[in-house]
Design a protein around this ligand. Structure first.
Ligand code: HQG
Length: 183
């Protein structure tokens, strides 16, 4: 398995399925799925992968990654989180664990302390199920990231909805400051 080329292809898959399906001539359904064969054809048409991308390669990429980013179901494929496409992608609502985490850069804290967590460039705020995961998310933006504890149970009881991305990534519309604590 060539992890470098897998990562390259995975990033193109994310770009297409999270951010710009229209550029590939694709349209996501309300849950973010597209027909898998249409997706493969569009990816090959745009990127001229050598060898050509096929279903087996996509499955290898999905399963060799430590993050569960995509799902294949009934001949269709979707990104599980991270969307920024115009129409809101519906996610499954669920009762969150008592505590979730969010890893971020220290430079964003003053703004987060004023406004709470906002989706910014994406459709949802992304929360992590555990601290190591939050740390790896935060490290993308800060070598020594800030870790926020999200008191999800009280927020949920107060009517804030939570959604499932995958087992480790939870989604939310907005987390007000009162449910956040830096740890
Ligand atoms: C910050 C990757 C200022 C927020 C990751 C974050 C994750 C605020 C940034 C997934 C703010 C948004 C998502 C406020 C939030 N003021 N800054 N009020 N509220 N922010 O990338 O959570 O590898 O959209 O703290 O690993 O970093 O691509 O979200 O720093 O799982 O699969 O605004 O994407 O997964 O950044 O990352 P992002 P995220 P993949």
């Amino acid at each position: 398995i060539n992890q470098r080329s897998n990562t390259f292809i995975s990033k193109k898959m994310s770009y297409c399925l999270r951010h710009n399906p229209a550029k590939y001539g694709l349209k996501l359904d309300e849950y973010g799925f597209v027909d898998l064969q249409d997706f493969i054809n569009a990816m090959n048409h745009m990127h001229h992968f050598q060898p050509k991308l096929n279903e087996m390669k996509i499955r290898e990429i999905i399963h060799s990654s430590n993050k569960k980013r995509f799902e294949i179901k009934n001949g269709r494929i979707c990104a599980l989180y991270g969307h920024s496409v115009p129409g809101i992608i519906k996610r499954r609502e669920a009762v969150p664990p008592k505590i979730l985490y969010h890893g971020t850069a220290h430079r964003f804290l003053p703004s987060i302390q004023k406004e709470g967590l906002l989706p910014m460039g994406r459709q949802y705020v992304h929360l992590s199920a555990d601290i190591p995961m939050a740390e790896s998310v935060g490290k993308r933006r800060d070598d020594n990231p800030a870790i926020l504890q999200v008191n999800a149970s009280p927020a949920y009881k107060d009517g804030i909805q939570f959604y499932i991305g995958n087992e480790e990534v939870w989604l939310c519309d907005h987390v007000p400051v009162k449910y956040l604590k830096q740890i």
